[in-house]
Design a protein around this ligand. Structure first.
Ligand code: ADP
Ligand code: MG
Length: 238
């Protein structure tokens, strides 16, 4: 379990200001959704949290420790992207065990953890298949499984459902929420989809042009939008 604090974070690419004074506090076990139009800086912020991209100024801390001071393996963050990036030649079981193998766990430890997580994600019957024998939704579950086996403190999702068709997207929303209710991992979930944000979040940060326009519960955002952008983008009553 972990809390995440984002304080006065800015990011510039050359002379371009991409993130401007971002301040967010994400509580232990919370499901925060970062929502905003394409290009507003969502992935950049997520990549900074994951330690994949340096920040220009500000501090990000996990349980009160600045991520810059943590070794990569101490950060304990797992990220799921929209591209599933599974190893095509490996079975589902081996794909999921891969991060554990890299950590030096024994074969039996790997198998026990893979089996536990596969059970949680209801993919136990798929363990001997190869990725190309899976549907889009099943692949996405395997990708989540591969992230979960490591027991990360923080779970990051970058538009994980945007490659799926509409029906599957709705099913996977429910799946991911159900999973969160069971594991209660601190989660930051990025989407440009307002309905996803409204239905999945404990709190929502609405972004535009690198600025958080409003940070609040779905009810607060819906009933008391901070400005016309939030009202229009989130479909709140004017
Ligand atoms: P989002 O995920 O909300 O669609 P991004 O975080 O991907 O937005 O991008 C935010 C802005 O930063 C965009 O204008 C994008 O073109 C720019 N950007 C992203 N990565 C780089 C980079 N490596 N170099 C320069 N500009 C970048
Ligand atoms: Mg993005």
């Amino acid at each position: 379990m972990a809390s995440l604090e984002i304080q006065q974070v800015t990011k510039r690419f050359g002379s371009l200001g991409i993130l401007k004074d971002i301040n967010l506090t994400i509580d232990d076990g919370e499901f925060l959704v970062l929502v905003g139009p394409s290009g507003c800086g969502k992935s950049t912020l997520l990549n900074i949290i994951a330690g994949l991209e340096p920040l220009t100024s500000g501090v990000i801390s996990i349980d009160g420790r600045s991520v810059e001071q943590l070794e990569p393996k101490e950060r304990d963050i797992a990220m799921v992207f929209q591209s599933y990036a599974l190893y095509p030649s490996m079975t589902v079981a081996r794909n999921m065990a891969f991060p554990l193998m890299m950590r030096g766990l024994s074969k039996s430890e790997q198998a026990a953890k893979v089996s536990e997580v596969a059970d949680l994600l209801q993919i136990s019957h798929l363990l001997e298949r190869k990725p190309q024998q899976l549907s889009g939704g099943q692949r996405q579950r395997v990708a989540m499984g591969r992230a979960l086996v490591r027991d990360p403190k923080v779970f990051l999702f970058d538009e994980p459902l945007s490659n799926l068709d509409a029906k599957l997207r709705v099913d996977m929303r429910t799946e991911i929420k159900r999973l969160h209710q069971r594991v209660r991992k601190t989660t930051v979930y990025v989407t440009h989809d307002q309905v996803e944000a409204m239905t999945m979040a404990t709190r929502i940060a609405v972004m535009k042009d690198g600025v958080v326009q409003q940070f609040g519960t779905p009810a607060q955002i819906y009933e008391r939008p901070a400005n016309t952008f939030v009202a229009t983008f989130m479909g709140s009553p004017a």
